[in-house]
Design a protein around this ligand. Structure first.
Ligand code: ARG
Ligand code: ZN
Length: 477
């Protein structure tokens, strides 16, 4: 059993603080307040904007010990006496712009950093955090939440809406996107996969370092790290993008169906480009975790979604691949402004499965809408959750996915295919590598279609209860 070390918000004075004398003055926005997400008010931080994360990590599967040097290249967006980062692991030292800085733990998942000198608004902020810990022993909240999934041969860093806390310090909110370099050193013979392009692999003294570069902006929860025994497939798409797929050695007989699904990614992306616009990144791929990771879900980690083995238990499953690849546009390229906007991610990723089904000749979008509408009886609790504002406890409720996709279908029926495709591609262009809200989406849809869609959105996104059939989407069966 792992050592339980629940963190309760008591202030831990770190080593760096012992060397300093100044107590630090109050910051403009109280560090630890969060970036202002209505669902997760403590997530993310104010006062700065990260442009780039450089992570140099070392990991030993046998002990689950992770060591790191994280360098954040950021800019102050207000005058700063101090600022906070989201992070749960033990920190050894922090430097800001070259000088030792005070660091203390605050709240449940923050460290508050007080630089030797205040930083003026617009000033550069280079933050170097050195750390070492055993992530699987670090639990949060009631202990059920972790972004670190340890396996006998490694670990997978993965989670939503929070994941980075267990492996790198961050401004952990999708509103602050940044580019990433990840250098990960593991015992020779172990694989280590992250996002973007593999730029190098070198082995010295029995340890192998892989360097991964994600040079399009990424939300912090979309960064991942998968370490362990993997069979890796490197390839190139017809348009020259590097493909990097990794299959856990633990898949056994599921390796076949997993490959039969993941290796169709390029074809699925080609199909999705017709509706969503050009694929937004310069690398593609996927990671299939083994049973030991016990993930139970898939996640759209940028350029390299991670899939639970369980999706392939009954043969190939290209629907989950279509879902996670659709998220590369819906969630990754255009990210939520706040977590209350989750419908834009999950509604469209689920609808993308229906579109792919139609393309595959396995059931039209209309047939799947009809099926889904009638799947849940009118008095089913499913209909109580309004996907347009599901509440923080329901961001991954089936209603956000299935009713969310029904909402997309209702919209498509109402405005027609041409306006629908124009809306989707315009949305991607207007918010490229940025963030946007449901309100911005509904406004754009009305602008492009020239229709008042208020009743449609009220019925499908905001009103608890099963919408009537005459609000489109499904036909009676
Ligand atoms: N965005 C993911 C998907 O639907 C959901 C992952 C939710 N699960 C979790 N444990 N955070 O593809
Ligand atoms: Zn999803």
């Amino acid at each position: 059993m792992p050592r339980r070390r629940l963190r309760h918000g008591g202030i831990t004075v770190l080593a760096a603080l012992l060397l300093a004398t100044s107590p630090g003055t109050a910051a403009a926005a109280a560090p630890g307040d969060g970036i202002g997400d209505p669902y997760f008010p403590t997530y993310g931080n104010t006062g700065y904007d990260v442009a780039h994360y450089d992570l140099r990590l070392g990991y030993t599967p046998r002990t689950d010990r992770l060591t790191g040097t994280a360098t954040l290249v950021a800019e102050a967006t207000e005058d700063l006496d101090s600022f906070s980062l989201d992070f749960l692991l033990d920190v050894d030292s922090v430097r800001v712009n070259g000088k030792a800085a005070d660091a203390e733990r605050s709240g449940e998942h923050k460290i508050v950093i007080t630089p030797a000198r205040p930083i003026a608004e617009g000033g550069r902020l280079t933050v170097v955090v050195k750390y070492a810990d055993v992530p699987s022993t670090v639990q949060w909240g009631d202990g059920s939440l972790t972004g670190w999934n340890r396996t006998p041969d490694g670990a997978i860093a993965l989670g939503q809406p929070e994941a980075s806390w267990w492996w790198f310090p961050a401004n952990d909110h999708p509103r602050d996107k940044a580019t990433f370099d990840v250098a990960i050193t593991v015992p020779e013979g172990t694989s280590a996969v992250s996002n973007g392009v593999l730029t190098g692999e070198t082995t010295r003294a029995g340890r192998t370092t892989s360097t991964w570069r994600q040079d399009e902006p990424s939300a912090t929860y979309l960064a991942t790290l998968a370490i362990g025994g993997y069979e890796t497939h490197e390839d190139e798409t017809a348009s020259g993008l590097p493909v990097y797929n990794a299959y856990s050695d633990g898949l056994g007989s599921l390796a076949g169906p997993a490959k039969a699904s993941i290796e169709r990614g390029e074809e699925i992306i080609g199909f999705q480009e017709e509706s969503f616009g050009p694929y937004p990144y310069n690398a593609v791929g996927g990671v299939v975790a083994g049973p030991a990771a016990d993930l139970g879900f898939a996640l759209e980690t940028q350029t390299r979604p991670v899939y639970s083995h369980a999706f392939f238990a009954r043969g190939s499953n290209t629907y989950v691949v279509a879902h996670e690849l659709a998220h590369q546009w819906w969630g990754d390229h255009v990210s939520v402004a706040g977590w209350q906007d989750i419908w834009i991610n999950e509604g469209f990723a689920t609808y993308a499965e229906w579109m792919w089904s139609e393309e595959e000749g396995e059931g039209t979008a209309q047939e799947l809408a009809d099926y889904t509408y009638h799947l849940y009886p009118e008095d089913d609790g499913f209909w109580k959750v309004a996907p347009g504002d599901p509440g923080p406890e329901n961001v991954f409720h089936p209603a956000v996915y299935d009713r969310g996709a029904l909402a997309v279908h209702a919209l498509r029926q109402e405005i027609g295919d041409d306006a629908f495709t124009e809306l989707l591609t315009t949305w991607q262009e207007e918010h490229a590598h940025g963030n946007a809200s449901v309100a911005e989406f509904t406004a754009l849809s009305e602008k492009i279609s020239g229709r008042d869609l208020g009743d449609l959105y009220d019925a499908w996104l905001y009103t608890p209860g099963r919408p009537a059939l005459d609000t489109a989407a499904a036909s009676a069966v």
